[in-house]
Design a protein. Structure first.
Ligand code: ASP
Length: 407
């Protein structure tokens, strides 16, 4: 049996052995064109539109010389604090048991360090926990209860992440499945109705997000039924449509931020509440280093929002950085990762139309791109990303497929 002491002394010998050598030259294969890239004249932040001031503030932090990861986390923290952002932090939509579980990860280019947290409950700032894992442990990833204890040990306070609004949306989702279970008012209650006969309502079938006319009756029937339930659950009038949408087309959403300063230092961070109504314990791509976020000081940084399971299977963040290392532009690299997602379905559009993905990419010289699997949102507007490179602007994503996801 190897004891910890044996292991440590062997490690010490190994390190001592190495110590007699000059620093080992083991060059990584990086295209000459990439090696020669120079840092940008102005800092660059790439992220999704936040609708708050945090991007401006983070940019100012970069101008003032604040660390790039701190600037990324400034934007993440603002999203985690916003109860109206149902895709992240406080106010995020819960898992199928009504419990909010958060995922986050980060990479710090200058120190080549990484940290991650998965399925953490009762802690608002998952992004800061991922940073604590990076800075205050010898690990890279903590999940669940252990992660929560660790966060509390470092002074983060426990609080319920489920807002009243998110709880009612979850109840609507839960009770809308009540013809198959016991949730919701019983048939014997004064307004109780007999269960809907299965053939007229198809509760398990996914209605496309951008449905064709063939779905009109189904949507009308389900929306009317959900509206009645939303009123019954006390969901305020101005929130009812949103709640119904979350039941029919559960939210996805996340925030990824990549930031680069004029010294060429790069960091990336991602934080999310993950897929609404997920199975407890599910981890998406956001806490996976190499999928939801990947940063390499020699090349650039990339992160993702969208169908997490698909992104894990193509290691999206890492794939993009590696493609850029071989000389691809941010745009080419992002599209290549998206092609790998499509390839995993052998190009079957009946399945691919249920997927969604946006990559946010910045290279070490400040070149950047937002790359989307689909060209437009459900509402038919172009998929966009936000850049700050001295001025904040929203740009259309490059896209692989013309059309919209139906998920
Ligand atoms: N990627 C996130 C996840 O799978 C969700 C999203 O960005 O839409 O958890």
């Amino acid at each position: 049996m190897t004891t910890r002491r044996d292991f440590l002394s062997r490690s010490a010998m190994t390190v001592a052995g190495l110590g007699t050598m000059a620093s080992a030259q083991v060059p990584v294969q990086t295209a000459e064109s990439v090696k020669q890239l120079q840092p940008p004249k102005k800092p660059v932040i790439v992220t999704r539109h936040t609708g708050d001031n945090s991007i401006e503030e983070a940019y100012k932090m970069l101008l003032d010389g604040t660390d790039t990861l701190e600037a990324c986390h400034h934007i993440c923290v603002a999203r985690e604090n916003d109860a109206n952002d149902h895709s992240v932090g406080y106010g995020g939509l819960p898992n199928e048991d009504g419990v909010v579980e958060l995922d986050a990860c980060c990479m710090h280019g200058p120190t080549r360090a990484a940290g991650s947290v998965g399925a953490i409950q009762n802690i608002r700032h998952a992004c800061l926990v991922s940073r604590l894992v990076m800075e205050r442990t010898g690990h890279v990833m903590l999940v669940g209860e252990g992660a929560e204890h660790f966060a509390v040990a470092h002074g983060l306070k426990r609080e319920d992440m489920l807002t009243d609004e998110a709880r009612r949306m979850w109840l609507l989702w839960k009770e809308s499945r009540s013809s198959q279970n016991f949730w919701g008012p019983p048939m014997s209650s004064p307004d109780g109705k007999a269960p809907n006969p299965a053939p007229t309502l198809k509760p398990q079938s996914a209605i496309p997000r951008h449905p064709g006319p063939e779905w009109a009756d189904e949507i009308r029937t389900r929306s009317q039924q959900l509206m009645g339930m939303a009123i019954d659950l006390g969901i305020p009038e101005d929130k009812r449509s949103l709640a119904i949408e979350q039941v029919l087309w559960p939210t996805t959403g996340t925030i990824h931020v990549s930031a680069l300063n004029t010294k060429g230092e790069i960091s990336g961070a991602t934080t999310t509440s993950g897929q609404a109504w997920k199975i407890p314990g599910r981890l998406g791509d956001s806490p996976i280093i190499g999928a939801g976020c990947y940063t390499d000081q020699d090349v650039g940084s990339a992160g993702a929002t969208g169908s997490g399971e698909e992104n894990i299977k193509v290691a999206g963040g890492h794939t993009i950085i590696d493609c850029m290392r071989q000389g691809m532009s941010p745009r080419e690299a992002g599209l290549e990762a998206l092609r790998r997602i499509v390839r995993n379905y052998n190009g079957d559009m009946n399945k691919i139309r249920y997927l969604d993905m946006i990559y946010y990419i910045v290279r070490k010289d400040g070149a950047y791109a937002g790359c989307s699997l689909w060209s437009t949102t459900a509402g038919g507007t172009p998929k966009v990303f936000t850049v700050h490179d001295g001025e904040q602007h929203v740009e259309n994503c490059a896209f692989l497929l013309d059309g919209t996801t139906t998920n």
